[in-house]
Each structure stands twice: as C-alpha cells, then as structure tokens.
Write a protein that binds this ligand. Structure first.
Ligand code: ACO
Length: 330
C-alpha cells in the first residue's frame, strides 16, 4: 500500500467554435431536429475549421491542464494521447502535442481504445505514478471525429463532434485519486464499428459509399445493445469491487454517445439523473474526450467537492469498455 494515490491535479479542454446544429444537418441529409433529439439527445456539435490539424485542440487543452496543475511543461514525464482520428500515424499525436507545448522531458505515445481511451489511459498513468517511475503524466484525449465522418451518411453524421480534454495526473493524498478499475476488450465484436486506415477489405468498402472508405461505419443497433449492457456491467463491477452501492456514488461520468444509452444504463442501475454528468446535447459524441471534458466543466463549475465518489464508465470501438472509481481531491 502506497502512502499516496495517483490523482488528477489539473484539467483542461478545447471545444472548437464552429457549430453544426441539427437544423444545419437537415439541409445536408434526410433527417430532422426532432428525430436526432428524440433518438440521441444531441442538439448540436462543434467542428474543427478546415485546414487546422486536430492536434491543435490537444495543445490548447493540455496547456490549460498544465497551468491548472500549477506545474511547467518541462515537469511532464509522459504524455498519453487517446485518439480515434490521428492527424498522422507517425508522428504520434502525443509527439505533436509534446512539441506544441514544449514538454521536452516527456516520453510520448498514442493509445487507441476508441471511446474507452481515457479510462484505459487513466489506468496506464496510475501504474506509472504509483510505481514511482514517473511523477507527472499528461493525458490528452484528442478527438477530431468530423475528419472521419461521411457527411452524406445520416446514420453517422448526426452523432459525432470534435473536442479535446486533458488532465494532469500526479501524486495526491492517499484518500483521493484512482481506486478500483476494470478494463475489457471484445475483439470478436470489433466488426460492428470500424474506421479503416492502411488496409481496406472488400467487406469494409461495401459498407460505405464510393471514396468514403476511410470513414466511420457502425451497426447502430448492435453497438447500442453492447453499450447499454457493457456500461451497466462495468459500473456494477466497480461498485462490487469497492463494496459500495449506487447511493454511495456522487456522480457517474459516462462516455456520451447517445442519451438513450446513458438513460438505459442508469435505469438498470437505478441511478438518478442528478447523479449523472451529461454534456452530450451540446457536443455530440466526442469519443474519448467526453469524460475529461465533463471533468473540466464540472470541476471548474464547483460541482465536485473534495472526497466525492465519481465513477467513470465508457464503451467504444474495438469493442472495448472500462470503468474506474475516482475520489475527487488532491
Ligand atoms: N435521421 C432520420 N432518420 C433516421 C436517421 C437520421 N439521422 N438515422 C436512421 N434513421 C431512420 C432509419 O432509417 C429507420 O427508419 P425505418 O424505421 O423507416 O427503417 C429509423 O430511423 C430507425 O432507425 P434505427 O437505426 O433503428 O434508429 P435507432 O433508434 O437505433 O438510432 C442510432 C440509431 C442513433 C445510431 C443508435 O442505434 C445508436 O446510438 N447506436 C449506438 C451508436 C454508438 O453509440 N456508437 C458509439 C460509437 S463509440 C466510438 O468508438 C466511436
């Protein structure tokens, strides 16, 4: 048992200014504001301007998180970037961000667990910090999904948006920080949500329109069923590991893909609306950035009190899912 925990000491976010409302989408595909709100809860999404690389969002979020932590970029030992839509396969997004913030002493790598990426990265960072290997780890969840969306496909274009969220992790008092965690992958279900890259099979080509081979495709109802089940199970697993009940939890911070998924899991777990942190109506699905963006908004709004029990839970491509218990405070 250590005399400290790995915990969040700073948060940041960047949400691009350009907005696409449901009414804007009505002019682009055969959809309606009413359908999108009723079936997903999303009212608008923010999109990166053309010509700006996605990692610029990550730089802004990272700079805020580092300043919030009261440290300097040179203090960062490791940068983990979670992303489903990197600007390059090489250099990694983490190295691009390292250069942008001048964190010259940091090691840097990307981690791809799709929308579950932030939860995976938190557990990786925890191991580095609690082992004493590193002092400060920066996680940047940098998601420019608009770059991999087919804007002519109503099945996907209504769902996604762009944003970056960042946290700095360091040593905190033992009573706070990351506690129990659960990470899982279901590679046998991976075909239900794909974004091809360097190899594109005929099967993947056939799912998409011409010249849209590198866009996101999903079997919406299969992913929906998996999402509700895995978010429910992953939350229960953490509550059981911690030996606590839903009533002992102050906030559930879920990955935000569809309000019906969140509500479906909440209903099964008997969690009240006030216990759930939701921003999806404003952002759409921002993949792994959704949890750190909520953390930044809620912590800076003063919603979290020292010692609050938060449960982070996410699911996504891979397919993957994960959860962890986090006690807010330094
Ligand atoms: N606008 C209007 N109508 C639509 C739209 C749209 N954008 N999309 C589908 N429809 C129509 C369908 O054609 C269908 O019409 P029909 O009844 O005449 O056949 C009807 O609406 C219902 O379609 P469903 O696909 O059954 O709609 P559903 O309620 O399942 O919602 C959705 C679809 C929103 C995609 C839902 O299945 C979902 O959210 N799935 C999970 C997606 C998800 O969470 N992805 C996570 C990604 S995580 C990551 O790693 C990126």
């Amino acid at each position: 048992m250590h005399d400290f925990s790995a915990g969040i000491i700073g948060t940041g976010k960047y949400i691009p200014g350009k907005v696409i409302t449901n009414h804007d989408l009505e002019k682009m595909v055969d959809t309606s504001d009413e359908w999108i709100i009723k079936r997903t809860g999303i009212k608008k999404r923010h999109i990166l301007e053309d010509g700006i690389p996605s990692y610029k969002m990550g730089i802004k979020a990272a700079e805020q998180a580092i300043s919030d932590a009261g440290i300097n970029p040179e203090d960062i030992d490791l940068i983990i970037t979670t992303t489903e839509a990197p600007d390059y396969l090489s250099p990694s997004m983490a190295c691009l961000i390292q250069k942008g913030i001048n964190a010259k002493n940091a090691a840097a790598f990307d981690l791809n667990a799709a929308c579950t990426g932030f939860v995976y990265a938190m557990v990786v960072a925890q191991k580095f910090i609690e082992s004493g290997y590193y002092r400060y780890v920066l996680i940047v969840s940098n998601e420019g999904l608009s770059r991999v969306v087919d804007w002519k496909s109503r099945n996907t274009c209504v769902l996604f948006g762009d944003a970056a969220g960042a946290v700095v992790l360091g040593k905190v008092d033992r009573q706070f920080g990351i506690k129990e965690s659960y990470l899982a992958s279901f590679g046998d279900l991976g075909h239900n949500l794909t974004i091809p890259c360097c190899y594109i099979s005929d099967e993947e080509k056939n799912k998409r329109s011409e010249n849209m081979e590198r866009t996101i495709w999903q079997d919406g109802s299969e992913v929906f069923t998996f999402a509700v089940r895995s978010m429910t199970d992953a939350t229960r697993i953490i509550l059981d590991k911690a030996g606590i009940s839903v009533k002992d939890m102050d906030y559930l911070i879920p990955h935000q893909a569809n309000l019906r998924i969140i509500n479906g899991a909440a209903k099964r777990l008997e969690i009240s609306d006030e216990q759930i942190g939701v921003i999806l109506h404003e952002t759409g699905n921002i993949s792994s950035a959704s949890i750190p963006v909520v953390l930044d908004i809620f912590s800076k709004n003063g919603k979290f009190k020292n010692g609050n029990t938060l449960i982070f839970v996410a699911f996504g491509g891979g397919l993957t899912c994960g959860s962890l218990r986090f006690l807010w405070g330094k």
